[in-house]
Design a protein around this ligand. Structure first.
Ligand SMILES: Cc1ncc(COP(=O)(O)O)c(C=O)c1O
Length: 1008
């Protein structure tokens, strides 16, 4: 082993795919052989059908680093961050990370699997999320907790929209101005140009809490209020009068949205939101940030949006107005208990522009480890954490208030473990001096409220990582700045009515038991490590271990996003470099790094379009977005979420104008032209996926972009399929104004069983001034943060899912310009090769695209004769494609994407990660599947045969959703595979087919 490898917690040389050049499966010979079978002379020919006018000659990235160089480089970078004794919190507190987290983050079956759309092969992910939902339900007292949203800020926005749907004719939400400023900014960004009106309820400058009289007044005078959103512990550390607020909401018939800190409502802490209100009626919805339940600050992300709603015998319907995924209890066809995704008829992939939200990828893996962390902490651990954190804050207050001019700002207001201290001098300078003394003192909140101005205020947070010695170090620092002249100030008592009276009964398990349990769950999923994971449009490529290694370096994980700029140079350099990398990769001049997933990238793009048009005085006039019918559901859902609500008035379409596909799957340019002729001045923009979801490069894209631009509109390219063209096509030359790059697809971020995702959005010159969030610039020898002139606002409280930026950064550093191009070329070569082979037996879709050249993916279907045979054997045509997907599970593979964008299609995307041998083996499987269903179509009635459970009865699971169970120290049973995947992969196709037929016959015999 090379010396620099000793730093790693894995052995790269023992990993089949880790040390391959650019993580590409096919070697030179493989590539040559595949090219020759396709009759192509070189890789460049794969793109010969694309106009040279839009091709990029070279990607301007530094050369690729070797594995050893990469290890050294990421270590050097992480050391550029200065870790110090920290009292930073401000909505992102820090607690001990449970020791189960590291090992669970290495379970590849959990980290790298896709969203559990195939429940029979995803019980691993589903069970981890079930545990999360159930435990979170025990903690909050809410009957329904969803399987995560992005973070607290976007959760709040989703909760508000849910309230608008629940309260008839409402338009307005009152939010407490004592919520975290980062959250408020995200809310404002999202609400702009939509029908949602946000009114801020003022703070009481004396108590540092929400002014209850002010809220009463607003409720009395504001029409069409849907909800009031308020924190339990506010942005000054103060505990709010939650009972009064909830009472006020119920008397006024508006929804109460409680924003809580999930750590503080653990055993021994504050009371759960289900009991807020003097009649203990509870809040209607709960919103929380869960990052600190399981992760260190990681420069702000990934976070974990916790959302809950009441789901009782009295109210079984409100849940249907909420956003995001839920896991429900289900049974398989034999009555075995299992789990499945439920209630998806609210989601974008089904409901498109009518969906409750555009969210697709969520924070699934963070929810997974949050569940495991809850089990590791248990009631006992919560009690210890909370009493210790409280004790540290009391000790600090006691010591610090003995200094002249240093006082608790709100002397009569209770806090838990975060408080606002008044200092006799300017906070900025003290923070600087503290930093020199090795302390991140806190957050300067002197200017947080105009009502409380003219004072020097610092917000300080205490936790279970602090030891008494740390508090004495803090005291010592104060002694160097101030004189100890007085006795300590009193610590306000927390009213007993605010404390939890019953334990949430969260069991505490040993780390060993938890890790073993999650390892078993990991085995219930598949990973791209195991072989081709053919989910089209999802780019299930190999996720290098070294990316996780880099993201796990302490210098990155432990750094708080509100630490002084000088102390976070390593993280800012990563962000700066990411900006530069994606400029080089896309050819576009601007890059935004904040969006948390593809869907949020789309929203950021469309918000920039709106800001651009508004800036030119055309904001109201440009009220239509053009979207192809074949677009991913997030596109229309995003447009609606941004404010383009579809309606037809006097025969004119407003909101979304749907473009049909030509028989070859490409957008119908004539239809666009026609619309532009009559309504060009109303077009805000177009959203087109390219290459499209049929795997075909839109040959008229540039022509379309030119026409849209001529009409004054803008062009959004959904970049989910960048794996086909990254570093090959210059998006600036193509006429793109905004594009998102899903980091969890092309850029090798693990999918985490559904998230966290991440999206880098690149923009054209026109949109530079409107970029959301922050830009990192190099100035005076430092990386610094700037906000673009007319920024649309923020999409994240801090810097987005920062840990994922490091992963993508590490990947791109390993590729360099040459590797980026090679990655795309081999992804396309692999798909073209498979397409050529499979299309000999399978018809392909779109029906009119037989001569269209495919890129990174393609869609196969069956002949009418095969459909007929299957139908005659007892499987209706409508179910056939889904059942064939299940047949892939019998062969030890994941299913392709079924029934999207073509109802009768199976979309296959092999990616560049696999060797020719693996591609050939996969081709053999797909060919044998066709042979099997032609000869024995009846087997589709009982598929899948070897997964731990039979086909899941999703219909019943949806009829009467069961969303949680009481988790005790005996965790839910894990059923083993009926035949392990490793065994399936070693059987010959004919043996497997024999086994499938035999198992089918046995199943049928049991039924008869
Ligand atoms: C074409 C396309 N667009 C958008 C998205 C949404 O991306 P995300 O899941 O990152 O929000 C996806 C995700 O599968 C996609 O395939």
């Amino acid at each position: 082993m090379k010396s620099s490898h000793t730093a790693l917690n894995y052995h790269p040389e023992q990993l089949d795919r880790e040390l391959r050049p650019f993580y590409i499966g096919a070697n030179e010979k493989d590539q040559k052989d595949m090219l020759s079978e396709l009759g192509l002379k070189d890789l460049g020919e794969l793109y010969a059908h694309i106009s040279p006018e839009v091709l990029m000659s070279k990607v301007h990235l530094p050369r690729a680093l070797s594995y050893e160089e990469l290890i050294a480089h990421v270590n050097d970078l992480s050391k550029k961050n200065n870790l110090k004794l920290s009292f930073l919190g401000d909505g992102l507190p820090q607690y001990k990370v449970m020791d189960v987290v590291g090992p669970i983050c290495q379970i590849r079956g959990l980290t790298t699997a896709y969203t559990p759309y195939q429940p029979e092969r995803s019980q691993g992910t589903l069970q981890t999320l079930w545990i999360y939902q159930s435990l979170m339900s025990q903690l909050t007292g809410f009957e329904a907790i969803n399987a995560s949203l992005y973070d607290r800020s976007t959760c709040l926005f989703e909760a508000m929209n849910c309230a608008l749907r629940l309260v008839k004719d409402s338009t307005t939400v009152i939010v407490s101005s004592t919520l975290y400023p980062g959250d408020l900014e995200v809310l404002e960004t999202h609400a702009k140009e939509t029908g949602l009106k946000i009114i801020k309820s003022p703070v009481n400058p004396q108590t540092g809490k929400l002014d209850i009289d002010g809220l009463k007044k607003l409720l009395n005078t504001t029409p069409q209020v849907a909800a009031v959103a308020f924190p339990m512990v506010n942005n000054l550390g103060n505990i709010e009068a939650v009972d009064e607020i909830v009472d006020l909401c119920s008397t006024n018939n508006v929804k109460s949205i409680a924003v809580v800190d999930p750590m503080l409502i653990g055993n021994g802490g504050l009371k759960p939101p289900s009991t807020f209100g003097t009649r203990a009626q509870g809040a209607d919805m709960v919103v929380a940030e869960g990052q600190h339940l399981t992760l260190a600050p990681n420069f702000g992300g990934p976070g974990l949006g916790i959302f809950g709603i009441r789901y009782t015998d009295q109210d079984r319907n409100s849940i249907r107005s909420t956003a995001g995924r839920y896991i429900g209890k289900a049974v398989d066809l034999k009555g075995r208990e299992c789990k499945a995704l439920i209630l998806s008829t609210r989601e974008q992939h089904i409901r498109r522009d009518k969906a409750t939200s555009n969210i697709c990828s969520n924070q699934s893996f963070v929810a997974t480890i949050a569940g495991a962390s809850l089990l590791a902490r248990g009631d006992e651990g919560f009690e210890k954490t909370l009493s210790h954190s409280r004790a540290m804050s009391e000790l600090a207050l006691n010591l610090l208030t003995q200094y002249e001019g240093v006082d608790l700002k709100f002397k009569a207001t209770a806090f838990f473990n975060e408080f606002t201290l008044k200092l006799p001098v300017e906070v900025k300078s003290i923070i600087k001096k503290a930093s020199s003394a090795g302390i991140h003192l806190g957050v300067d909140v002197s200017d947080r409220y105009p009502e409380i101005s003219g004072e020097h205020l610092v917000l300080m947070s205490f936790n279970d990582l602090h030891q008494e010695a740390d508090i004495h170090k803090l005291d010592h620092f104060f002694s160097t700045q101030f004189n100890k002249t007085k006795s300590a100030g009193a610590v306000p008592k927390i009213p007993s009515v605010m404390m939890r009276t019953t334990s949430p009964l969260i069991p505490k398990l040993t780390s060993k038991d938890i890790i073993e349990y999650y390892q078993k769950l990991g085995k219930q999923n598949l990973s791209p490590d195991d072989g081709i994971y053919p989910l089209g449009s999802c780019t299930m490529k190999y996720n290098p271990y070294i990316n996780d290694y880099a993201a796990g370096l302490e210098g990155f994980t432990q750094v708080h996003p509100e630490a002084p700029v000088e102390d976070v140079q390593g993280s800012l350099e990563v962000l700066y470099e990411i900006q530069e990398m994606f400029k080089a990769i896309t050819g576009l001049p601007g890059v935004a790094t904040q969006p948390l997933a593809g869907a949020q990238g789309e929203l950021a793009g469309i918000k920039m379009f709106q800001a651009y048009h508004r800036d030119r005085g055309e904001g109201d006039q440009r009220n239509v977005i053009l979207i192809p019918r074949s677009a991913h559901g997030t596109n229309p859902a995003t447009a609606t979420m941004a404010g383009y609500e579809s309606k037809t008035v006097d025969g004119k379409v407003y909101g979304i104008y749907t473009i049909d596909a030509l028989p070859n799957g490409e957008v119908n340019l004539d239809q666009i032209k026609k619309f532009l002729e009559t309504d060009g001045d109303r077009v805000a923009g177009v959203m087109v996926t390219n290459p499209n979801t049929a795997g075909i490069f839109e040959s008229k894209f540039k022509e379309m972009a030119d026409l849209i631009h001529k009409a004054g509109g803008l062009v959004y390219m959904d970049g989910a399929n960048m794996n086909a063209i990254a570093g090959i096509v210059d998006l600036n030359k193509l006429g793109v104004d905004a594009v998102h790059n899903n980091l969890h697809k092309t850029w090798t971020i693990p999918h985490g069983g559904g998230g966290p995702g991440d999206a880098i959005v690149a923009v054209s010159e026109k949109l530079l001034d409107f970029i959301p969030g922050i830009q990192v610039v190099k100035k005076d020898g430092l990386f610094q943060i700037e906000k673009p002139k007319k920024s649309v606002g923020s999409f994240h409280r801090h810097f987005g899912n920062f840990a994922h930026k490091i992963r993508a950064y590490t990947y791109i550093k390993a590729l360099g310009g040459e590797g980026v191009q090679k990655m795309s070329q081999i992804a396309v070569l692999s798909a073209r090769y498979l397409h050529a082979k499979l299309s000999q037996n399978y018809p392909t879709l779109p029906a009119g695209a037989q001569s269209s050249i495919r890129m990174h993916e393609f869609i196969v279907t069956l002949t009418p004769e095969t459909f007929k045979k299957i139908e005659t054997s007892g499987t209706p045509k409508a179910n056939t494609i889904a059942r064939i997907g299940k047949l892939f599970l019998d062969f030890g593979f994941h299913a392709p994407t079924v029934a999207f964008p073509e109802q009768y299609g199976l979309m296959i995307e092999p990616t560049e990660s696999y060797t020719k041998k693996e591609l050939d083996q996969f081709c053999d499987v797909v060919t044998n599947i066709l042979k099997l269903i032609n000869e024995h179509p009846e087997v589709l009635k009982t598929v899948p045969h070897f997964t731990p459970i039979d086909r899941v009865d999703e219909l019943t699971a949806n009829k009467n959703p069961v969303l949680s169970e009481k988790i005790t120290n005996v965790l839910p049973t894990i059923l083993p595979d009926r035949v392990p995947v490793e065994k399936l992969r070693t059987l010959t196709s004919s043996d497997l087919i024999e086994l499938i037929i035999k198992t089918h016959q046995e199943e049928m015999a049991k039924v008869q």
